[in-house]
Design a binder for this molecule. Structure first.
Ligand SMILES: [Zn+2]
Length: 92
């Protein structure tokens, strides 16, 4: 059962893969679902921001540009975090 247990992100002790909190050091474990949610929110914010920035003028246009930047950051950041964790898991 290689996928049954994962290692704690902090103390590296093996813990159940569905554990939200490490039983050894009580560190909250990051969830892949959170990464997916962050990326989805980021992409939506980016798309909405693009719409606002290109289709509107004035304050809402500024808001659109802000959403573009924030959405892009969220999407790239969430994806990078996910890739980093995969790489870290493989390395250890
Ligand atoms: Zn731990």
């Amino acid at each position: 059962m290689p996928n049954d247990r994962v290692r704690c992100v902090d103390c590296r002790e093996p813990i159940p893969s569905d554990a939200r909190v490490c039983p050894h050091c009580e560190t909250v474990q990051p969830s892949p679902l959170v990464d997916v949610a962050v990326v989805v929110v980021g992409v939506f914010a980016f798309a909405f921001g693009l719409l606002l920035a290109t289709q509107t003028i004035g304050t809402s246009r500024l808001l659109g540009f802000l959403l573009l930047v924030v959405g892009f950051g969220l999407a790239v950041g969430g994806y990078t975090r996910h890739v980093d964790r995969q790489a870290g898991r493989r390395a250890r």
